[in-house]
Write a protein that binds this ligand. Structure first.
Ligand SMILES: Nc1ncnc2c1ncn2[C@@H]1O[C@H](COP(=O)(O)OP(=O)(O)OP(=O)(O)O)[C@@H](O)[C@H]1O
Ligand SMILES: [Mg+2]
Length: 415
């Protein structure tokens, strides 16, 4: 077991790095796209202002010119004044404040006069808040004396408005698409992982089955053999076969949909602890705390025992030489039972707390990083419960909490 093909801590670090790089690049692309559009918008704004100024000058010229230059006026009127078909404009009389004329504003001809005026006034207020007006002085053609002033108000053309909102719409569409693609990718990844988990477990159980039944037959042969005097060996062999049978059962249960039954959690915890006690250092104590000897929850026994074993083994590893493992069983409100497994071990660094349940995450030389991933799967997918790090303090210890249901999901729904 020299090489571990399972991803370790480095894998998750490089994975988070890739996520950051992708995020930074996306932000840069978005910022670049918005900046470039802003440059275009500024240029177009300047051009539109020039167009409106030209329009104002043309108006000034036509209003103030003498009758001799009427052919010029016609030319100017047609070429400039009517050329602008996109920028909404309102011409205001500076003296009375009345709207003299307007262009490129969609006013319904069927509206009543008041309605039309109200509409134009609203447009005007919008324009006033956008840009300063351009003045058109009115002069007497004969004396060149100024006798009044008109104001040209305008706002952005439809094209310019579209250009301003375009990058935001474009980026939102890309973001939504990216999010959906991410979800779809994640979903197929999870589905694939599930198939691997289930397939591998089923195959293991299947492969273990054949030698196991043959071993059982051999034990029977040995028991009846008069040449074997020391029958203790046979008893020990039987114990190991029982354990192997349990392991096979665990693997086969994870490969199918296990049915949950009401079980006494206290008794199950006692079973696991009794199994573990002779197998761990005598300097590590295991204590069980409970207010009642019978606390029921919906459980699949072989799988649940597997979880407890994994949690206790991790606790033993975290403790090292000597310490205590405390298992508390509590009946909670809302049809829940809590099992807290605490140790006095080295604790989990805050930055790693979120990673411990990921498959392949391990800090141990000979670890596979599968114990907690399996525990999470068993508790959440098979028991509809929850498992999480309730508390952890470096060099003080860790508490894992399992929450199980006291009644089945179907009954809960029926209630
Ligand atoms: N009680 C605990 N105290 C401190 N650290 C823990 C504890 N339980 C788990 N960890 C940390 O979480 C990691 C993942 O645990 P997990 O049981 O999934 O894998 P493992 O124990 O490393 O390997 P194995 O597959 O053999 O169980 C451990 O390597 C360890 O760093
Ligand atoms: Mg482990």
């Amino acid at each position: 077991m020299s090489k571990r093909p399972v991803p370790s801590t480095d894998f998750y670090e490089s994975n988070t790095n890739i996520k950051w790089i992708v995020l930074v690049i996306s932000v840069l692309i978005s910022a670049g796209s918005i900046y470039y559009t802003n440059v275009l918008v500024d240029q177009l704004k300047k051009r539109e202002r020039q167009q409106v100024e030209l329009f104002a000058r043309a108006l000034e010229y036509t209003a103030n010119s003498t009758s001799e230059s009427s052919s010029d006026i016609n030319f100017i009127a047609q070429e400039i004044v009517y050329q602008n078909t996109s920028i909404p404009i309102i011409l205001l009389d500076g003296g009375s404040g009345a709207i003299v004329n307007y262009r490129n504003i969609k006013v319904n001809e069927n509206w009543k006069k008041e309605r039309r005026e109200e509409f134009l006034q609203k447009e005007l207020n919008r324009m006033k808040s956008n840009y300063d007006p351009i003045e058109v002085p009115l002069r007497d053609p004969e004396t060149s004396e100024t006798f009044g002033i008109n104001y040209v108000y305008y706002r952005n053309s439809f094209l310019l408005t579209q250009l301003i909102t375009y990058p935001f719409i474009q980026l939102s569409v890309i973001a939504i698409f990216g999010f959906i693609a991410y979800l779809a990718f994640n979903y197929s990844k999870v589905a694939e992982q599930n198939r691997v988990w289930v397939g591998l477990a089923k195959e293991t159980a299947h492969q273990l089955g054949t030698p196991l039944s043959s071993l059982m037959a051999w034990v029977e042969v040995l028991r009846d053999d008069p040449n074997i005097k020391n029958k203790e060996i046979v008893t020990e062999l039987e114990k190991d076969i029982t354990k192997l049978t349990i392991v096979t059962e665990r693997f086969s249960s994870i490969g199918s949909v296990p049915s949950l039954k009401p079980e006494n959690v206290v008794a199950l915890v006692n079973n696991v602890v009794n199994y573990l006690r002779p197998r761990i250092s005598s300097k590590i104590k295991i204590e069980i705390f409970t207010l009642s000897e019978n606390i029921q929850a919906m459980i699949h026994t072989p799988l649940f025992e597997w979880v407890l074993e994994n949690l206790c083994k991790n606790a033993v590893d975290a403790i090292g030489t000597s310490g205590t493992i405390a298992i508390k069983i509590l009946r909670g409100s809302d049809n829940k039972v809590y099992i807290d497994v605490s140790d006095t071990g080295k604790g989990i660094p805050r930055s790693k707390v979120n990673m411990v349940f990921r498959p392949g995450f391990t800090t141990k030389k000979r670890g596979w990083g599968l114990g907690l991933a399996l525990a999470k799967r068993i508790i959440e997918a098979y028991h509809n419960g929850r498992i999480f790090v309730k508390a952890s303090e470096e060099s003080q210890g860790t508490t894992f909490r399992i929450a199980l249901n006291t009644i089945s999901a179907e009954k809960l729904q029926a209630n």
